[in-house]
Design a protein around this ligand. Structure first.
Ligand code: NDP
Ligand code: GDR
Length: 372
């Protein structure tokens, strides 16, 4: 039985990857952080009682800032594959906590690579690094390919640049099977609530249920190449099944604006929108959808306002990936479109919003606001 170790198993990608590897018959180990509240909601459905035999999903307490802890876990598990998905992954937050982001996202990667080397596992353990389209930042070429030069635009991206190159360096220096998946934005109903897509689907679902009044946004003109996390974790696994390690871009090859994503979400909900705020002068009206199970609100009931607090000190305006290499060499193509994913996210958030509305109706306090 193959053993995999996933850092960041409690995150969006970690949870989908753990599911995929369990389906493939792996014994899956994950590193979770100690927190004062439970932080395993995304993997609770695959939790296995540690008191019974033949457990195939095993969680270890750990942190990417703690070398001795990483060495001990890797020594104990002796993994065939390590997926390094753990990170302070929010670009805007990285401007607030640059040093911590560098420590976790940059040095954390080095700590794992060194642990593999210290333990003499260079020829046994394959290593996957969660690299990012943020490396392209101020884009030098459209669309971005594996050969496009990097120009990172945030402390997050600069930390990930170190992680990218240290992965390449350990591959070249020590003959390790180590590779980078340069992933463009990917989302799902499990996306963190402060990333833009989830902020939109959750915010509009809450508004449709009368739980919030307004959606406050940053730069709605930003363009992103959005895929579905389920499609992307499949590619993470495929990258470790080759004869030789190589770096790949994972993207859909199509881009949309944040504004378009808001409009799709509103359509799914059958609500109408009014955009207000700095630098925004148009009124966007989305027609109500006949026969939709959410009653349409009146024009202007859903207000989208621009709040400059969500602008970033340096913005990545446009990202568009070219996934040709992944298609040609690995036969990978994404199966879920951005619009299908948006619909799925809206419907999941609407279910939660309906539950919350019911609770509120019966006198329970529901905390709904999200900063991010
Ligand atoms: P999430 O933010 O959903 O998950 C991040 C995970 O990292 C969580 O499990 C989190 O734990 C864990 N983590 C945070 N800090 C530490 C730490 N100090 N030590 C150990 N673990 C830590 O991210 P995604 O699942 O969306 O992304 C997975 C990886 O892919 C990340 O590295 C991200 O930077 C990268 N990436 C993501 C893209 C995307 O669009 N989603 C695109 C390109 C790259 P906890 O649950 O306790 O917070
Ligand atoms: P990103 O994702 O920075 O691309 O990083 P995010 O969803 O946070 O932002 C995408 C774009 O939307 C703009 N935006 C807003 N973003 C947020 N969060 N909140 C807002 O209110 C808002 N308004 C507009 C942003 O300015 C940006 O241009 C994600 C993360 O998953 C990284 O870990 C990963 O590496 C990259 O994707 C690829």
């Amino acid at each position: 039985m193959k053993k995999a170790l996933i850092t960041g198993v409690t995150g969006q990608d970690g949870s989908y990857l753990a599911e995929l590897l369990l389906e493939k018959g792996y014994q899956v180990h994950g590193i979770k952080r100690r927190a004062s509240l439970f932080n395993t909601q995304r993997v609770d459905h695959i939790y296995q009682d540690p008191h019974v035999d033949n457990q195939n999903f095993i969680l270890h307490y750990g942190d990417l800032t703690d070398s001795s802890n990483l060495i001990r876990i890797i020594q104990e598990v002796q993994p065939d594959e390590i997926y390094n998905l753990g990170a302070q992954s929010h670009v805007a937050v990285s401007f607030e906590s640059p040093e911590y982001t560098a420590d976790v996202d940059g040095m954390g990667t080095l700590r794992i690579l060194e642990a593999i080397r210290i333990l003499g596992l260079e020829k046994k353990t394959k290593f996957y690094q969660a690299s990012t389209s943020e490396l392209y930042g101020l884009v030098q070429e459209i669309p971005q390919k594996e050969t496009t030069p990097f120009y990172p635009r945030s402390p997050y991206a600069v930390a990930k640049l170190y992680a990218y190159w240290i992965t390449v360096n350990y591959r070249e220096s020590y003959g390790m099977y180590a590779c980078n998946g340069v992933l463009f934005n990917h989302e799902s109903p499990r996306r963190g609530e402060t990333f833009v897509t989830r902020k939109i689907t959750r915010g509009l679902a809450n508004i449709a249920q009368g739980l919030e009044q307004c959606l406050y946004m940053g730069n709605m003109d930003a363009l992103r190449d959005w895929g579905h996390a389920k499609d992307y974790v499949r590619m993470q696994w495929m990258m470790l099944q080759q004869e030789h390690p190589e770096d790949f871009i994972i993207a859909t090859g199509v881009q949309y604006s944040v504004r378009e994503f808001i409009t799709w979400s509103a359509k799914e909900l059958g609500v109408t929108l009014r955009f207000e705020g700095e630098g925004v002068d148009e009124i966007a009206v989305v027609e109500s959808i006949e026969g939709h199970d959410t009653p349409a609100l009146n024009v202007g009931d859903v207000i989208v306002k621009v709040d400059p607090r969500y602008f970033r000190p340096a913005e990545v305006e446009t990202l568009l990936g070219d996934p040709t290499k992944a298609k040609d060499k690995l036969g990978w193509t994404p199966e879920i479109t951005a619009q299908e994913m948006c619909a799925e996210m809206v419907m999941e958030d609407l279910k939660v919003a309906k539950r919350h509305a019911l609770l509120k109706e019966h006198g329970y306090e529901i905390p709904v606001s999200v900063e991010g």
